[in-house]
Design a protein around this ligand. Structure first.
Ligand code: DP6
Length: 323
């Protein structure tokens, strides 16, 4: 059977940074994200008896991708099939924006691959499965805000994401400034491993991120945007601080990232509530209210050409082939 699924990327307001189990992709801390409406992956999976290996085509190009191969093995084992699959994926991100995300990729692949096997998995099951492809994919199963609980069990059965309601969903926006479209030098997987193994700041990060998460949950349920922004910004900076303590030290900041942070601070000083967050790359995401998004985009376009306005997006869904 052949099925297609669409999943959107998500940006963490409380970051996932560090694993307690690398094989099962179990995190050392819980994280919280907003799914975005602008960037998504559409993936079609067809299980076939005539293949002797999986075939993976991304944006029209046939690729060998170790993460995808490994993930398909997990699916074959879990769902007891010996068949291989044809996987055809399209990343819907602005051309060369450097925003292609493993979160939307593995969320879409999980939904398409299991639907094509005839399963109708719950979001909880899909989240657990997607997590094993890439941790952040566990959150892209849901639209709007989602929390990925780290869980405590060794088999990972309690480590999955769930949605979180907030009345800020309709008001919040993210203005994404593309600093570089080059492939990152240190992937999130390699960066977090090195941090866990060598950074003396990692223990403090884990302690503080638990506090940040509780504060963030309260701020979201109270609909307190300023608090949400403040907590997200400090959490991101704490995550990035761990990388400077690693051996060898590394950073995802580039001069232009720092310049954008300064502009965000300056806008804040002038009365616009805007905050920044960054992931394992130099791009800066500005967290703001929809009413200010145009003004922020215009200001950032003075120094950077690719600036995109995003709102809360939808969770993963299986779609008709011709959609
Ligand atoms: C900085 O989910 O890409 O974006 O589980 O190794 O595939 P793996 O890592 P990944 O890491 C995301 C890290 C982050 C923060 C976040 O999204 O929470």
């Amino acid at each position: 059977m052949k099925k297609t699924a669409v999943a959107h990327t998500n940006i963490a307001l409380i970051k996932y940074w560090g694993k307690r189990d690398e094989k099962l992709i179990l995190p050392a801390n819980s994280s919280l994200s907003l799914t975005l409406d602008q960037f998504y992956t559409k993936t079609t999976v067809e299980w076939r008896t005539d293949l002797d290996a999986d075939r993976f085509v991304l944006d029209g190009e046939e690729l060998q991708d170790a993460k995808v191969t490994r993930f398909m093995e997990i699916i074959r084992k879990q769902f007891a099939t010996q068949q291989y699959a044809s996987i055809v994926s399209e990343n819907h991100v602005p051309t060369a924006a450097g925003l292609a995300s493993s979160a939307s990729a593995f969320a879409a692949l999980s939904a398409a691959a299991t639907a094509a096997l005839g399963y109708d998995l719950s979001n909880e099951e899909l989240s657990k499965l997607a997590r094993q492809g890439s941790g952040s994919a566990s959150r892209s199963i849901y639209g709007d805000f989602a929390i990925w609980e780290k869980g405590a069990l060794a088999d990972g059965s309690d480590s999955f994401a769930h949605p979180l309601h907030s009345n800020l969903t309709k008001e919040i926006a993210m203005v994404v400034a593309v600093v570089s479209d080059k492939k990152k030098k240190v992937s999130s997987r390699v960066g977090m491993k090195s941090t866990v193994e060598t950074s003396p700041f990692f223990t403090a990060w884990i302690e503080r991120s638990a506090v940040d998460l509780e504060d963030m949950k309260r701020a979201l349920s109270a609909g307190d945007f300023v608090k949400v922004g403040e907590i997200a910004e400090r959490n991101a900076m704490r995550m990035h601080a761990t990388t400077l303590g690693a051996e060898p030290p590394f950073t995802y900041f580039q001069p232009l990232s720092l310049e954008i942070m300064d502009i965000v601070r300056e806008m804040r000083h002038n009365g616009i509530p805007a905050y920044f967050t960054m992931d394992a790359g130099p791009n800066v995401k500005v967290i703001c209210l929809r009413k200010d998004e145009q003004q922020i985009q215009t200001r950032l376009k003075e120094i950077i050409s690719q600036v995109y306005i995003c709102h809360a997006g939808e969770g993963v869904k299986v779609v008709n082939e011709d959609e």
